[in-house]
Design a protein around this ligand. Structure first.
Ligand SMILES: C[S@@+](CC[C@H](N)C(=O)[O-])C[C@H]1O[C@@H](n2cnc3c(N)ncnc32)[C@H](O)[C@@H]1O
Length: 120
């Protein structure tokens, strides 16, 4: 699938910006997901997951008994997320190229998580 244009870009600069943003927001996001009841064994859909920084935290929370499906329109971000999931030993995380509005696997997940999707 061709890379679809995203307003903030999908190159290395944006990846670094998202990494920095994640360092600032990660603790608060994890606490919010804990309050929402996210737990081991659950299946989570992360819509607009980008390179997967939030997805890695979600994968840790659901553990290897659960699953995280990360969806993003960017092929390069999805590739990065899958590479990192392998390096981090998180087979419960799978990233897929797709649009939030049309993605067909959303029916297979009980919980939805998203952070800062800026275009629909
Ligand atoms: C600001 S980034 C956030 C990435 C990630 N959620 C995070 O918090 O690090 C927004 C992401 O949403 C994706 N996106 C925007 N509109 C989308 C849509 N309609 N379907 C799927 N992905 C979308 C972009 O490709 C981009 O990677």
């Amino acid at each position: 699938m061709a890379e679809r244009e995203y307003v903030l870009g999908t190159g290395n600069d944006e990846l670094m910006r998202l990494a920095q943003q994640h360092r600032l927001w990660s603790d608060a996001a994890v606490q919010a997901w804990q309050r929402a009841g996210l737990a081991p064994g659950q299946r989570v859909l992360d819509v607009g997951a980008g390179p997967g920084f939030a997805s890695f935290d979600l994968a840790q929370m659901v553990t290897s008994t659960g699953a995280v499906i990360a969806v993003d329109e960017s092929t390069s971000f999805v590739g990065y997320a899958n590479e990192q999931a392998q390096l981090r030993g998180q087979p419960q995380l799978r990233a897929r190229v797709g649009a939030a509005t049309t993605w067909r696997w959303r029916r297979r997940c009980a919980v939805g998580a998203t952070r800062a999707v800026t275009r629909t």
